[in-house]
Design a protein around this ligand. Structure first.
Ligand code: 5GP
Length: 191
């Protein structure tokens, strides 16, 4: 997606060779027109897959996931991050996830009432690094008995191994921008 790549090049801040900050348009301030185009791009790619719901992980995935869900005309379910497991395993599904940016573990949680074996889910997140967030969402969906139709990522860091882990599970990973290198000289893309 050329417009997104332009935005990353112009507004992305290199924190180090593994971390990119995009607070200006995705993670803090949100470029709503760009989100609309991102939603359309995801919807066009996944529209033949009979998606029943979009799932994301709070909080940075919410803007692109909302845009995609709106275009696909389906509900958005936001998986919650908790600092520790909550007791209610009757009504919730939980799984531990390692946070790439914070380098700590959190518990990802979803209510069973929003997921069923009739659901065919599209997972959307802002970044793909080592795949832990997407894999956590996948584990919850499998436990709920839902199908996973694919994974939509706004910015994939292709030099990390998240894509491989997800593809090894047979998942269709569609990334709008694939970053091959982050350095003080700039940001390079795969395609
Ligand atoms: P993963 O679970 O794939 O290792 O990392 C993905 C998650 O970590 C995303 O949900 C995203 O919030 C965060 N993340 C990973 N890499 C970056 C990055 O370079 N910049 C920002 N802002 N977030 C990142």
């Amino acid at each position: 997606m050329d417009l997104l790549k332009e935005k990353i090049k112009n507004d992305g801040i290199v924190i180090n060779e593994n971390v990119l900050k995009v607070d200006n348009f995705l993670n803090h301030q949100v470029d709503t027109k760009l989100m609309d185009l991102i939603g359309k791009e995801f919807a066009d790619y996944f529209k033949s897959k009979n998606i029943t719901k979009v799932v994301t992980i709070e909080s940075s995935g919410i803007a692109p996931a909302y845009a995609a869900a709106l275009k696909l005309d389906v509900p958005l379910v936001i998986f919650k991050k908790q600092s520790s497991a909550i007791l209610d395993t009757e009504t919730t599904i939980q799984t531990p996830v390692h946070s790439f940016t914070k380098n700590t573990d959190y518990v990802l949680m979803a209510s069973k009432k929003y997921l069923s074996e009739n659901d065919n889910i599209l997972i959307i997140d802002d970044f793909l690094a080592n795949g832990q967030a997407a894999l956590g969402a996948y584990r919850i969906l499998k436990e709920a008995g839902s199908s996973v139709a694919g994974i939509g990522i706004v910015i994939e860091k292709s030099f990390q191994d998240g894509r491989k882990k997800l593809e090894d599970l047979g998942l269709d990973v569609y990334s709008l921008a694939r970053v091959s290198k982050i350095s003080s000289d700039g940001i390079e893309f795969l395609n």
